[in-house]
Ligand binder design. Structure first.
Ligand code: SF4
Ligand code: MG
Length: 277
């Protein structure tokens, strides 16, 4: 199927800033295909980001977009959703932006179950600022702030989201593109807070410091390490190391925050009109 990427592009903003071999361009196109497949009118889409290489993405799309402060995409998106609940509000963020600087906002948005899609583009490093370790940098990996190998235990982003109360949690990779298209659609379709972690490769500040000789090596690592959840669950314990599950990892129904809020406002207004106090 031929997709009309062009109608989503904000002309005059390309070429993008991403390095050769960065996988963010793959995610960018996947996101455009997802919304094109869903036939969401451009004016119904609002895309919010914080700071970082992933957060440059909204600058390239001709939707309603906000490029905000580091770690603060979710609070901006929350305000936007409450002001315009008719919009499909999406956040794109990196691992540092979402789970370190914005970690508090992240967990509370999960708990609140507001209808926002949070896409966390996890490349295991702070890319834009030069390769500092983030909450997802694997133990032992080299970073500018961990020159002898990272000793900080890592966050598992889907587990963090589920534990904090997110009602839809998924994981995809930049290698498994058709699956990624479907996961983005599923995350947007879900009513409530959805968190989609997308495993990415940053060859410039992570890969080349950590024995990935080329950007292709990073994609091959994704190919070999990712397993659909059903296959991952069948692995014997001695085969789990180095693998991770992908797909929809968790899903449940729960009251959505903006609907609950506006129902409360309506109830209180009726009480007041009826003199109920
Ligand atoms: Fe991509 Fe890393 Fe370059 Fe940023 S620094 S554009 S994440 S490769
Ligand atoms: Mg990062």
């Amino acid at each position: 199927m031929a997709f009309n990427y062009d109608r989503h592009i904000r002309h005059g903003k390309l070429p993008h800033i991403w390095c050769p071999g960065c996988t963010y361009g793959i995610v960018f196109k996947s996101l455009l295909r997802a919304v094109e497949t869903m036939q969401i009118p451009k004016d119904h889409l609002a895309l919010v980001s914080g700071i970082g290489c992933a957060s440059r993405l909204p600058g390239y799309v001709d939707w309603n977009t906000l490029h905000t402060a580091h770690g603060r995409a979710i609070p901006f998106a929350t305000g936007l959703k409450m002001a315009r609940p008719d919009k499909r509000v999406l956040v794109v963020s990196g691992d540092g932006d979402a789970t370190a600087i914005g970690g508090n906002h992240f967990i509370h948005a999960c708990r609140r179950n507001i209808d926002i899609t949070v896409i966390v583009m996890n490349n295991f490093i702070y890319g834009m600022t030069g390769g500092q370790h983030s909450p997802t940098t694997p133990v032992g990996h080299l970073a500018t702030t961990m020159p002898f190998g990272n000793i900080d235990p890592t966050f598992n982003i889907p587990s963090l989201a589920q534990g904090a109360g997110a009602t839809w949690v998924g994981r995809g990779t930049a290698y498994h593109v058709p699956v990624l298209d479907r996961l983005i659609i599923g995350a947007i379709e879900h009513k409530g807070l959805s968190v989609l972690e997308i495993i990415n490769g940053c060859p410039t500040t992570h890969g080349r410091r950590n024995k990935f000789r080329t950007p292709t090596d990073m994609l091959l690592w994704m190919k070999e390490s990712a397993l659909p959840l059903s296959a991952f669950e069948k692995l014997p314990p001695d085969k789990v190391a180095g693998k991770f599950p992908t797909g929809v990892l968790y899903k449940r129904e729960a009251p959505e925050f903006s609907e609950t809020y506006f129902a409360m406002v309506e109830r209180l207004q009726k009480q007041q009109e009826g003199g109920g106090g």
